[in-house]
Structures are given as structure tokens and as C-alpha cells.
Design a protein. Structure first.
Length: 68
């Protein structure tokens, strides 16, 4: 606790978190070494080249936007 520093407003965007909460619950997945793992729908799969797959049974209004 002794070495804590206050974060400036301009640095808040650098904090890594869970990202925005989607309006509709979406369950997505990625394959890592042929293993199917859960992945946030609004984030690319590890490596940044593959978009996540959407699980069957999601709400038809399940939509998400990946960052450009």
C-alpha cells in the first residue's frame, strides 16, 4: 500500500479490464490448439487474427462489434 500511485485520467484507458458489457448475453468461443474455450464475443481470439464463434442457442438479437 505504501507504493500506490494515483492514476491520471489520461492513463485510465491503459487499464486492462473485462471490456464493455454487451447489451444481450452472447456466448462465444475460440479454438486454442484444437481445444474449444470460452471467449468474449467483443474480443478477437488469442493472437488477434480470428473472430470468435457464436454458440448455438444465443438470443437472436445477440450482436457485438469487434474493435477496428
Amino acid at each position: 500500500m505504501r507504493d500506490l500511485k494515483k492514476i491520471g485520467r489520461q492513463n485510465l484507458k491503459e487499464i486492462q479490464g473485462s471490456g464493455p458489457i454487451p447489451v444481450h448475453p452472447c456466448n462465444c468461443f475460440c479454438y486454442i490448439n484444437s481445444t474449444k474455450v470460452w471467449n468474449a464475443c467483443n474480443q478477437y481470439c488469442p493472437g488477434g487474427e480470428v473472430i470468435p464463434g457464436v454458440e448455438i442457442g444465443n438470443d437472436p438479437k445477440c450482436d457485438y462489434k469487434l474493435p477496428l
